[in-house]
Design a protein around this ligand. Structure first.
Ligand SMILES: [Mn+2]
Length: 432
């Protein structure tokens, strides 16, 4: 017998990958884990009859000749096949998209870091010319959408998008998917979110807007990560941390979410004894002193700024400046010669304004080109410190509709950062 299995607490990617496996390996038998995530559970309660899933205990593992494992590479995460771990002559096939290979030693595997395991399997279905029903296409696409946040998470690859395109062509229904992927958000989650919003505070950590929120909880609460994610969206910050202390159990759960690479949640959580990746992570602290946990989190945040890219990594220097008394005609010549669209203006060694090509539009009479720069420059000057984040620089430029910011250290101009410098950063092409 060929048996198809996936990880416990099965999500749509796991479920979809099992369905894909039964299509790739005709005759194989899918066996569900005893634990399913709430969305998958709700889906199967309605669609159970369409799929012939078995449950642990339904079959004798000894008859298995080939084990097909999808969406995990770890024995620990499988349910009901422990006895196969030491089986002789067992063929094991693994389809997985997780970075950690896990402890299953497969005979054959397809492993690549893409957004969803099912994205790895779609090309196989395609090349075998498997005919997909609309409902199959829908479940497969739900797997991709759930794991990639509808193709928006940073781990999403072109392969995921191509697979999604193929499934849409095969009739995957987006309205059905929207109803399948509802976040597990109920009364308890709502109450916690409301309590968090009532005392929402924003702070600035190196130009990143961050919110840290302490809440008391009692007993196990599902889906706190979803609450933190919603909180981040509503409070509109770059990073949000929920510190949930459980007095009874003497422990505190810290959950972090971020929208900026400058705030690496995984790094921060590792320093609290937890883990995660760039945008998401958590830690379990064996103490219910939430204020102390909040203090260490703040300390870590302030220390970690050093490792992030700062404005002084992007700025150009030395900076061309011009004197406030210089005639506009000469200023125009300097801009042309240096090939820049704007430069800072100085008077008595102090930054007093910016002059850019745009300011020349204020001149309607040729003679006025003899007037000093001081008469046309833009003031006051918006500046930025060398330690600020590229995100903050971009925000200032958008807010004030300007294309460049002088970088100042005290009174001194030490560089200039432009819109294109920040773009280079956001698109990952930092010159070294
Ligand atoms: Mn997955």
């Amino acid at each position: 017998m060929e048996l198809v299995v996936t990880h416990r607490n099965t999500d749509f990617d796991g479920l979809a990958s099992m369905i894909a496996a039964t299509l790739i390996y005709p005759g194989s038998v899918p066996m569900l884990s005893r634990s399913l995530n709430p969305n998958v559970k709700a889906f199967l309660s309605i669609h159970k009859d369409l799929f012939h899933f078995r449950r642990p205990g339904d079959l004798n593992p000894e008859t298995v000749k080939r084990l097909i494992v999808v969406d995990t590479g770890c024995w620990d995460r499988l349910d009901g096949v422990r006895s196969l771990k030491k089986a002789q002559d067992l063929q094991i096939l693994v389809w997985d998209h997780h970075e950690e290979p896990g402890d299953i030693e497969p005979t054959w595997s397809c492993r690549r870091k893409v957004g969803a395991t099912v994205s790895l399997m779609v090309p196989e279905l395609r090349s075998r010319e498997v005919v997909l029903s609309a409902i199959q296409a829908t479940v497969l696409l739900a797997g991709i959408y759930e794991d990639t946040g509808s193709l928006t998470f940073s781990g999403t690859t072109a392969e995921d998008a191509y697979a999604a395109g193929f499934l849409l062509e095969r009739g995957a229904d987006l309205d059905v998917i929207a109803s399948l992927l509802r976040p597990a958000y109920g009364e308890r989650q709502k109450n916690i979110l409301f309590a968090m919003l009532q005392k929402a505070r924003r702070t600035n950590v190196n130009g990143h807007k961050v919110s840290i929120n302490v809440q008391a909880i009692s007993g196990h609460v599902d889906s706190l990560a979803i609450v933190v994610r919603m909180y981040m969206d509503i409070v509109n910050v770059d990073g949000a941390f929920g510190i949930f202390c459980d007095d009874e159990r003497g422990r505190t759960i810290v959950i972090g979410r971020s929208r900026s690479d400058g705030l690496n949640i995984g790094d921060i959580m590792r320093r609290l004894g937890g883990g995660g990746h760039n945008r998401a992570g958590s830690a379990l602290v064996k103490s219910s002193d939430a204020e102390a946990v909040a203090r260490s989190l703040k300390e870590i945040l302030h220390q970690s700024r050093q490792s992030a890219i700062q404005v002084n990594d992007l700025m150009s220097f030395p900076v061309v400046t011009i004197a406030a008394s210089l005639p506009m005609r000469k200023a125009a010549a300097i801009l042309r010669q240096k090939g820049c669209t704007g430069v800072p203006v100085e008077e008595d060694g102090k930054l007093v304004g910016m002059i850019s090509r745009r300011d020349f539009r204020k001149i309607h009479n040729e003679n006025h080109l003899e007037r000093p720069v001081k008469a046309y420059m833009s003031t006051p000057v918006q500046t930025i410190g060398p330690g600020a984040s590229p995100m903050y620089a971009a925000r200032l430029m958008i807010k004030h509709d300007i294309g460049r910011l002088p970088v100042v250290d005290g009174d001194r101009i030490i560089g200039i950062v432009t819109r294109s410098d920040t773009m280079v950063y956001f698109y990952d092409q930092l010159p070294d």
